[in-house]
Design a protein around this ligand. Sequence first.
Ligand code: GLN
Length: 272
Amino acid sequence: MTLDELYKTLRVALSESDALYVLRKRADADYGDLIADPGRIVDEMRAMEDLERHRRGEPLSRIYGEREFWGLRFALSPETLDPRADTETLVEAALAAFPGEPPRKILDLGTGSGCILIALLSEWPDSVGVGVDLSPGALDTARRNAAGNSVAGRAHFVCGAWGAALAESFDLVISNPPYISNHVIPTLDEEVRFYDPILALDGGEDGLQAYRDIFSGLSGLINQGGKALFEIGFDQEKSAVRLAEESGFLVKHVHRDLAGQPRALEISSGDK
Ligand code: GLN
C-alpha cells in the first residue's frame, strides 16, 4: 500500500490527528512525508491491526500505551487512568496558585501515571514531590514516567491509602481522585468502562467518598500557608465546596476548564 492509501484508509475511521498518529507509530511517517512522498510503499499490516482494535472500542492511547499530557509523554499501563486534557486545568490552577515562590514540596494523591506531579516538577525545577497510589503497578508506571521526563531525582513514589503512609507535610497537596458515583459507572462509555481501572474512577455511592477520606487527614499534610487543589466532576461544585468547608477548610476558588465547567477546587489550610 502507498502512504497516501494507508492514510486515506485510516481517515475513514479516525480523525486527522489520530490518523497521523498511527502513521507516525506504524509507518514512520509524519505529515511532511505524506505531502512530500505520498507514493512511498509502506507495510500497512500493523496499522490495520490497530485500526481494527480501535474499531472494536480500544482507545489509541491504550493500543500504544502512551498519552501526551502537558506537552510531555506518559506511558500508560492497565493500572493507570488515561490522563485527560481536563486535568491540565489542575496543573494550570496550581501554577496560578503560586505566582511567586513555587511550592518546595508537592504531594500528589492517587498519582496514577504520575502526570500531575511530573508536569508540575517539570515547571518548577527546584521543587520535589511525592506521588502516592494504592496500586503498585501504577507506581511502577509513574516511576518510569518520572525518569522519562527527567524528574526522577525529585519525585518519590509511595504505596499507600491517601496520606496514611506519610509522616511529613507539603506546601501543595494536589489530587485527581476517583469521583464518579458507582451508580453512574455502568453507564460510562466503553472507552472508559473497559480500559480505565475501576479504582481510578469509583467515588463510592455519591461520588464524594475519596474527598471525605482525603479531607479527614488533609490538615496534617499541608504546611501552614500551604494549598490544596482537587479535581472535581462538572456537577460536584456545590457538594465538594460544602464538604471542604465542613471539614474546616477555606475554599479559595473553583477553577473552570476550557468548556467553562467547574474543575478544580482550591483550598487553603484554613483555621484547622
Ligand atoms: N493522577 C492521575 C491523573 O490525573 C490519576 C488519577 C486517577 O486515577 N483518578 O490522571
